[in-house]
Write a protein that binds this ligand. Structure first.
Ligand code: 3PY
Ligand code: MG
Length: 256
């Protein structure tokens, strides 16, 4: 045994220091697939319980397969206390809250993600503190060790970005370009100048106020460009797409 699970990986410290950290989305409920992606060398994994079908037990299995080596952030389906606490309790290195458009929503997420005095996260015996064996250490370190990510992925959130960025306890403003484009009435057109302008505005505010700027993309050249712009917590691709793209390429190669 070597200390509580999430307090030893230095992930939040590295993210806050501005290190570029590259992750990928885990949407398949397969610990083996998650393990393969962890072994590939990603800096972090983005377990998607918003669009993926994962229930809490599935998330725990995914983290068990990978989390001791690769920090896992879990995207919760709703901003509710039970989901936030449970995901941190099973050993997530932080949570990603989708569609945060108001200060009240951001404050609620922080509130359930932090133990007192910063918040009201409930206390229970769970995997994160090695089922109680590292209980006190975990409680002492969790608030400073876990990453709190809110997604800016609606035009209302972009309008409100200065206020969202001012919320204490929020570490990362993570742009969801696809939902953002949808909120602008141009679903999927993530390279449309209006979407790119909104992305640049969020980045500028993050850099001004010292929040970590994050973003997701599918193509490596697009994500590289985001890194060149200044984004540091980046997601590239989705497990399902990696599988289908590689399989299609192999099949085309054999049939051609
Ligand atoms: C989006 O593009 O909407 C996302 O949430 C990607 O993370
Ligand atoms: Mg989204």
């Amino acid at each position: 045994m070597s200390g509580p699970l999430v307090c030893e990986n230095g992930f939040r410290r590295r993210a806050c220091a501005g290190e570029v950290l590259v992750g990928t989305i885990i949407s398949l409920n397969s610990p083996q697939a998650a393990e393969i992606l962890s072994d590939t060398g990603f800096d972090w994994l983005f377990i998607d319980a918003e669009h993926g079908t994962h229930d809490p037990l599935a998330v725990e299995s995914l983290i068990q397969a990978t989390g001791d080596r690769t920090p896992c952030l879990v995207r919760i389906p709703v901003h509710e206390e039970t989901w936030i606490e449970k995901m941190l309790d099973v050993g997530a290195s932080g949570i990603i809250a989708p569609q945060v458009n108001t200060v009240a929503q951001a404050e609620q997420v922080v509130n359930y993600a932090k133990y007192p005095p910063q918040g009201e996260r409930g206390v229970g015996i769970a995997r994160a503190h090695r089922y109680g064996a590292e209980f006190e250490t975990y409680l002492a370190q969790a608030n400073d060790s876990l990453l709190t990510v809110i997604q800016v992925e609606h035009k209302d959130a972009v309008e409100n970005v200065r206020n969202l960025a001012a919320v204490e306890g929020v570490d990362v403003l993570f742009i969801g370009p696809y939902d953002l484009s949808t909120s602008m009435g141009i679903p999927g057109q993530v390279h449309n100048p209006a979407v790119q302008e909104a992305i640049a505005k969020v980045l500028e505010v993050c850099q001004e106020v010292g929040k970590i700027p994050g973003i997701f993309g599918i193509a490596p050249d697009v994500v590289s460009r985001y890194i060149d712009m200044g984004f540091t917590l980046v997601g590239i691709g989705v497990d399902t797409l990696f599988l289908s793209q590689a399989a299609s390429q192999a099949l085309r190669g054999v049939r051609s």
